[in-house]
Ligand binder design. Sequence first.
Ligand code: FEO
Length: 407
Amino acid sequence: MHATKVTDDIYQLSVNVDNILFEGLWEIPNGVALNSYIIKGEKTAIVDGVCGWEGVPGQLYELLDKLEIDPKSIEYLIINHMEPDHSGWIEDFKQIKSDFKVVCSRKSAELLEHFYGHTSNILIMGDNDTLDLGNGHVLSFYEIPNVHWPDTMVTFDNLTGTLFTCDAFGSFGKAEEANYDDMLSEDKLAFYEKEAVRYYSNIVAAFSGPVKKAIEKCAKLPIKIVAPGHGIVWRKDPGRIIENYSKYASYQKGPAREEITVIWGSMYGMTEKAVKHAVKILEEEGIEHHVHRVPETSWGTVLASVWTSTGVILAMPTYEYKMFPPAAAILDEMGKKKVQNRIAFRMGSYGWSGGAQKELDEITARNKMNWSFLEPVEFRGNASDEELKLIEERVRELVRAVRSSVK
Ligand code: FEO
C-alpha cells in the first residue's frame, strides 16, 4: 500500500490485493491496485473509497494517517461507480463520521440504499455539474454510463487537469511506490499495458461501445493527468492510455492485432498431436501466436489473448456429441464479451460421431459473433498424414487471411 502525491493538493492512496479472484471470477496472477484519491481544497474530498476485501479499509486509514489527514476532516465522499471495490469504504467511514456528503450520479444513488442502506446527504451530479472545494479546486462531473456499470461517472479537477476515471483507463497489476508513468521504465510500462489488456478484456470488454463514447466525451476536457481506480497514474503522457483504450475498444469488432490465439483441449492426446503440428506451422510462418490449453488455462488469460488476436484456432475433440465442454464454455464467454468478426479455423478428433461443429455453430449464432470460419478438419481418432497436410494448408490459409485483414 502506498500514499503518494499526484500533483498539488492531490494524493493517491493505493492498496494492493492479490490471492483473490477479481469479481469472484477472474484470475489476477499479478494482483490489482485499488486506488482512492484525496483532493484538498478548503474542504477535503476522497474520490472512490476503495474496499471490497478484508483488510482494505484498515489500510486506507493507515494511508490517511501517513498523509496526516484526519478521516473526520473528509467532507465529501465522491463515488464515481458503485461497484464495491470503489464504494465499499462507506460502511467503515459511516462508523466514524455521520455528516459527510456522498457525491455520485443519480443511478449510483439508487444503489446506495440497496448496497449500504444510505439515503441521506447525497449530492447528485450529472454532466457539467460542479462542486467547489475551495482554493481553486472546482470539480466537474461527467457521466460515462456502462464503463463499467450504468452509474459510472468521472470527476475532473479543473485546476490541475486531473481526471479521476475509476474503471476507465485502468489495469490489473499491483502498484509500486512509483505508480506513475513518468517514474516507470518502458519495460514496466509495457507490463502495465499488458495488464491493461487483461483488465479490459475481462472486465470492460462487453461495454466497448460505451468506452468509445466515454473517450469522445472526455476528449473535450483539458486533461493533464489520468488517475484511474486501478493501475498506474498517467501524468507524463495521459494520451497514451486513452489511445490504448481506444484501440482495445476497436478490437471488439476487429480486426485486432496480427496475432493468432490457439485454444485447445484434448482427452487422450489425439487432438493434441494435431495442435502441435498446427503450432509448428505458425512458428514457420513467423506470426505472433498464443497457445492456451483448456480447462488448464483460466478464462481471463484466454480472453486477454483472444481480444488482441485477429485469428483463432479452436481445437477440441467431440465429447458426448458436443464440443469438449471447457472449449464450449470459453467460446460462450467470448460471445458474451462480444468478441466479433474473428477469422477462425476449427479442428479436432472424434470417435463414434462428430457433433462439436453443431454446438460451435449454435454458440456463435446465439451470441451473434459473426466469425468467419475456414473449412474445419475433423479426424477419426488420430489425424492421418493426409489430414495433417490439410491442417497445414488451413493454418497457412488462416495466417494469410489474418495478415491481409490487418494489413
Ligand atoms: Fe473496479 Fe467496476 O469496478
